[in-house]
Design a protein around this ligand. Sequence first.
Ligand code: ZN
Length: 238
Amino acid sequence: MTSPFHLEVQGVQVPFRITRRKNARNVTLRFDRNGQLRVSAPRRMSDLVIQRTLYDAYDWIVKAKRALPRRICERPSQVCLDALSRDWAITYLEDRRSGVRLRESDNMLVLQGAISQTPLCLAVLRKWLINQAKALLIPLAEQRAREHGFPKPSLRIRNQNTRWGSGATNAHLSLNCKLMFLHRDLVNHVILHELCHIRHPHHGPAFWQLLSSLDPQMPRHKWLLSKAWTEIPEWAHR
Ligand SMILES: [Zn+2]
């Protein structure tokens, strides 16, 4: 039987699947062709022991994941940003000019230029995503900070493949532009999480107590967030 899980260490998310085998003696790890971490374990081994083994192998997992060949990524035909409850159809127009330009009208994104060069198209889309994220996430984080009595944060929006955000006691916060693909409730949850790091740098009991006082649905949001990486479209990854 196999079941999907996520491994999270210091905010780094790695999805994995456990297969229990009758004849297995140890836990073995490998990445399959789709970049999914496969964990093979003896049938009677407890989840806790498997989890501990994974945490021990954390450095190997991160390195092996980085070394995976990038999957061939198609140009998307639409983009849905859940955080804005909006979607756009994407049209591609070829012309003789080098480079790819993007123009937006209503619910349409038009990419024009050397559109047969897929990496160029994807880079343009990722830049557009960053700009969408800046326009939403920066004012939203400032608003949440005001509401809950935090100092005004200094914000960076980045495209990261392993974490949703980071926060520090000097109020420097970083948020992942991929939050735009998630429901607004989860975006708020991540913003509150990072704001709480202004008061508590580590994930100790005081940190979780503060976060749950600001986000009464914290357990549900944490759980949803742990599954959310699989919802991010391939093109959004750098
Ligand atoms: Zn944290």
